[in-house]
Design a protein around this ligand. Structure first.
Ligand code: SAH
Length: 242
């Protein structure tokens, strides 16, 4: 049958697209990381769920493919978008194990967009999205991407800004950015977007350097034009027509 890889947005009921909702409702089984299936269980209590722990991404996708190969329609759920640091590509990479399964990818509103809206309008112009997790990417490559994005004056969105083992990664990233961006650069972060305990803060890059955030936080670093208007983080749409 079919495997849908579904991004269900930040976690609020109304942050989900109608397409995601309809597909989840139509599937026989919902599978994904426990934190996500727990959220969806509240919205769709009648569905059947298979949950897996955090680090078992490959096992999770294999199980979803196997369940689909057994003749059921499966929704493999990811928070935010299903591609952006999600499971979509892995489903294709493991498809050779169950070649009869059909895969459909369902986009969702990624944390950069839902978080950007909380802060104001930081992403109006060109921006780069970088994950600070070095589980899948060597740290040297992350450093290079940070450096090049800062040199090019992109607004930068950081995913996975920290973890227990990587408590100082945000500070290390800020040190690289501070080589090319002013310490006054307008920054912001949003924690638990669309979930209980949503909080946000707007601050300078110099302040961000010494801030501690958790793994449920998305961090925004403005470009050289980003400013604060009415308490919101705003990157102007154009530089010439203001
Ligand atoms: N597929 C997801 C990203 C998964 S990577 C998406 O498109 O949004 C996990 C990282 O995403 C977290 O470390 C955090 O930086 C960010 N994130 C995901 N959901 C979030 C939320 N509700 N609030 C704040 N940040 C979130």
């Amino acid at each position: 049958m079919k495997l849908f890889v579904v991004g269900f947005g930040c976690g609020s009921r109304d942050g989900m697209t109608l397409q995601a909702e309809n597909i989840i409702k139509s599937c026989d089984v919902i599978t994904g990381y426990t934190v996500y299936t727990d959220i969806l269980r509240l919205f769709f209590p009648e569905k059947e769920y298979i949950s897996t722990a955090m680090r078992q991404e490959k096992e999770r996708v294999e199980l979803a493919l196997k369940t689909a190969a057994d003749g059921r329609n499966v929704a493999l759920v990811c928070s935010g978008d299903s591609e952006i640091y999600g499971m979509a590509a892995l489903a294709f990479e493991l498809l050779h194990l169950y070649p009869d399964v059909e895969i459909e990818i369902v986009a969702g509103v990624t944390a950069a967009l839902s978080g950007g809206a909380v802060l104001g309008a930081p992403l109006t112009h060109d921006f780069a999205v970088i994950s600070l997790s070095d589980l899948l990417t060597p740290w040297e490559k992350i450093e290079k991407r940070l450096m090049c994005s800062a040199m090019a004056d992109f607004t930068i969105v950081l995913y996975n800004p920290t973890s227990k083992k990587r408590a100082d990664y945000l500070a290390k990233a800020c040190d690289i950015l501070l080589e090319y961006k002013s310490a006054d650069t307008v920054c912001g972060y949003v924690k638990n977007i669309g979930r209980d305990g949503e909080t946000h803060r707007i601050l300078t890059l110099g302040e961000l350097r010494n801030e501690s955030v958790d793994m449920f936080t998305t961090v925004f670093i403005g470009n050289s034009q980003t400013k604060i208007i009415s308490g919101k983080m705003v990157t102007p749409r154009g530089y010439r027509n203001v």
